[in-house]
Design a protein around this ligand. Structure first.
Ligand code: GDP
Ligand code: MG
Length: 744
């Protein structure tokens, strides 16, 4: 069969069926196949990493190369038709070893065999260019080069085979000139065909080695490699096979033996320094391997072929670096696809939450993020680490950067959502507990509630932050945010405590008002009784009960406020208010208490109220004698005298009432001193709820004098007139009563 209908030709859409016979790597037009990687995938070689082997075959046309490969490896390379003697199509073919593996003996895994057709054009004076190019390609990729040779050609130094070997050697020197670091070796495996048996293999071998050394010395070596030896680049192995047509059974048996040599091996006596030492075990020595990962082989091979075809200097290290870049990028894209599958839905969900302005926590973000990251990097590492070290580590950190940029956005937004929701639920929880406490009769400890809820909030936060931590990754450590969150909670607590302080202040103020209502009322009621001062006329102008009215009010007031301060302090201490908060609270309490007193006094001196008290005071003096006995007026009584005395006595009350003054100093109490300076920290607060106090808040333009003026001049005169009228009425009534008493 001269045509290659069973092989997948270049450019055809691949199917598994089409690959049954292998793949045409390079066609007669020197085009490289786009299907090589598909072929390697279909044959399960692509995932093998370095666990694969490449063999190429060389030799003259029609020396039974393809026949040999087919027998050795169960391949189906085209063999020249015996009857028509027609040439097979030129090109490079590849097939995976298909030899059935027996339990008793197994060949190496993943052997790829390349059959180079038309390598020897010189017999027909043809294209030696392709011969050179395919040799270069085979050397750049293969571990073992099988050299197929007739027994009768051995020793024919001028023969076509020797020309081919010369080409191989020259090409090899050219190829590995640049690759000084690795200087890879190859195995030249001579298979001598149609071995009759008269000449032992050992002799044939010696002849071949002599010839090879001769060829090596005849080739022009590049500068610096003049003294290099053939053994620096090649190992040799030899085998002989009987005539296939004349001894078919023996041929098959010997080929079977030969196939058993295609296993991993080592070199005997290598360490002892013996040259041409024998291979031990199989032909595949690790040092022959070109170290191109199987999944990158097609890209590498194509790159190498392109360079060869365009007659460029084949620089294998550069090719390997280019391959590494290409493959690392490809692998990176692949692992990012998987990463996207798990991360993209989270990104979308979060973006939606951000757009809607409602912070949303993504459940299990840390677990998903970390496992997706680990999976991606691990997958990358497994595949990409086989490539050029420098390129690999650079691409790995590029991948990590890409992944981390994505995760960083997710994580930081998560932390921010965590902060927001954490603060919200903390203050919510505190408020709820306080309300519950109030409902239950007010016996709750604010500080305990705050402490408990803070602990819960911090635990929730640090648990989540911990789950987002990635060991050894600086950005994925959220300890500072934990500390920040605690600060934030403390700020919120302070605000909540302030609210609690306000509530407490309101309660205490209400208590002060109610106490003042009673106590101050009592003091004013005392004004209604005027007899206490009637005993001694000289003291009538300033009756004692009235004279020290403000002293008594101030004293009662101070006592009540002192009491209130104690209550306030004790309670505030229980919820751990700071000294500042405490002094602000007390300062506010004193101000508010004063305002409450001022209002109470105002109520007492309201026109109707005070007039009534003055009338009572006057009547008490006028209608009762010193012994407290009601007077029965007689015409002879000095009604007018008593009236005048009582009236004048009561009138002295009005100036006393008009000004809040202490008798000790004849001055108003020093309110400013008593209230104290505004605590510095209170300045920043909103004091709209604090009424201005004259003499204390000087910027309000009201003096202490004005603050302490209980009755204005106008009111005072008005009160005098009204009181006099009332008193007059009482007097007239008394006068009438006295006259009426006589008339009766
Ligand atoms: P290739 O061109 O080197 O691949 O050679 P082929 O495998 O196509 O075989 C060329 C011819 O040689 C075919 O007609 C085969 O039948 C014949 N042939 C194959 N193996 C042997 C062998 O071991 N001895 C001899 N004498 N002929 C062989
Ligand atoms: Mg062939």
């Amino acid at each position: 069969m001269a045509t290659n209908g069973h092989f997948a030709p270049v450019g055809a859409e691949p199917t598994k069926k089409q690959f049954d016979h292998g793949v045409q790597v390079v066609d007669e037009e020197k085009e490289f196949t786009p299907n090589l990687n598909t072929y390697l995938s279909v044959t399960d070689v692509a995932d093998a990493g370095f666990n694969y082997h490449l063999i190429s075959v060389f030799g003259s046309q029609s020396t039974g190369k393809s026949t040999l490969l087919n027998h050795l490896f169960g391949t189906e390379f085209s063999v020249m038709d015996e009857v028509q003697r027609q040439q097979t199509t030129k090109g490079i073919w590849m097939s995976k070893n298909k030899k059935e593996q027996r339990a008793s003996f197994k060949m190496a895994e993943n052997i790829l065999v390349m059959d180079v057709e038309g390598t020897d054009g010189r017999e027909r004076g043809e294209d030696q260019d392709f011969e050179r190019k395919s040799a270069l390609f085979a050397l750049a990729t293969s571990e073992v080069l099988i050299v197929n040779i007739w027994e009768h050609q051995v020793g024919l130094y001028q023969g076509a085979n020797m020309g081919l070997l010369k080409t191989v050697f020259e090409v090899n020197l050219q190829l590995f000139l640049k690759d000084k670091n690795s200087t890879p070796r190859s195995l030249l495996f001579f298979v001598i065909r149609d071995h009759i048996g008269n000449t032992p293999l050992g002799n044939l071998r010696n002849t071949l080695v002599q010839d090879l050394t001769k060829i090596w010395s005849s080739i022009a070596k590049p500068h610096g490699l003049e003294s290099s030896r053939i053994e620096d680049y090649f190992d040799f192995a030899f085998a002989a096979l009987p005539h296939k047509i004349l001894q078919p059974d023996k041929f098959v048996a010997e080929v079977e033996n030969l196939s058993q040599r295609f296993t991993p091996g080592s070199k005997a006596n290598r360490d002892a320094g013996h040259e041409n030492s024998e291979l031990e075990g199989g032909v595949f020595l690790p040092e022959y391997h070109r170290r191109i990962p199987a999944d990158g082989f097609s890209v590498y091979a194509e790159g190498v072929w392109d360079q060869i075809v365009s007659n460029k200097d084949l620089d294998l290290p550069t090719q390997q670096e280019l391959l590494a870049q290409f493959r690392c990028d490809e692998i990176s894209r692949e692992v990012l696809v998987a990463f996207d599958v798990s991360i993209m839905p989270l990104e979308e969900k979060q973006a939606q939450a951000v757009r809607s302005g409602k912070p949303a926590l993504l459940p299990d973000l840390g677990t998903t993020g970390k496992s997706s990251r680990d999976k991606a990097i691990k997958a990358f590492e497994v595949q990409a680490s086989r490539y050029h070290k420098g390129v690999y580590s650079r691409k790995r950190s590029e991948l990590e950067t890409k992944i981390d940029q994505r995760l960083k956005v997710l994580y930081q937004e998560q932390i921010s959502a965590l902060q927001k929701t954490g603060v919200a639920s903390f203050s919510e929880a505190v408020s709820t507990a306080v309300k519950a406490g109030q409902k239950a009769g007010g016996s709750y400890e604010f500080a305990d509630i705050v402490e408990k809820e803070k602990k819960t909030a911090l635990e929730t936060f640090s648990e989540e932050a911990e789950s987002l931590t990635i060991d050894g990754v600086a950005w994925a450590n959220f300890k500072p945010q934990c500390a920040l969150f605690e600060t934030e909670l403390d700020e919120v607590s302070a605000k909540l405590r302030k609210d609690e302080m306000r509530r407490l202040a309101v309660r205490v103020e209400r208590w002060v008002r109610s106490r003042l209502g009673d106590s101050i009322g009592i003091e004013f009621n005392k004004l209604g009784s005027g007899r206490a001062g009637m005993g001694a006329p000289e003291s009538m102008e300033k009756p004692p009960a009235e004279k020290d009215l403000w002293d008594r009010i101030w004293k009662v007031f101070i006592e009540i406020v002192d009491d209130a301060e104690t209550r306030f302090t004790e309670r505030a201490k229980s919820f751990k208010a700071s000294d500042t908060e405490m002094s602000i609270g007390l300062w506010r309490l004193r101000r508010k208490s004063w305002v409450a007193l001022r209002e109470k006094v105002e109520e007492e001196v309201m026109e109707g109220n005070i007039l009534l008290k003055l009338r009572e005071n006057f009547e008490d003096k006028f209608r009762y004698d010193e012994a407290g006995v009601p007077r029965i007026w007689r015409p002879t009584d000095d009604i007018e005298g008593i009236y005048t005395k009582a009236r004048e006595s009561t009138l002295t009350l009005i100036p006393i009432l008009s000004h809040f003054k202490l008798s000790s100093s004849n001055l108003p109490p020093n309110l400013h001193e008593w209230i104290g300076h505004m605590p510095k920290e209170a300045e920043a607060e909103d004091e709209d709820d604090l009424a201005p106090i004259g003499g204390v808040d000087e910027e309000d333009g009201k003096s202490l004098e004005e603050e302490m003026t209980i009755l204005s001049e106008g009111k005072r005169q008005d009160l005098v007139i009204r009181f006099k009228k009332t008193a007059d009425g009482v007097y007239v009534e008394a006068k009438r009563g006295a006259i009426g008493g006589i008339a009766q």
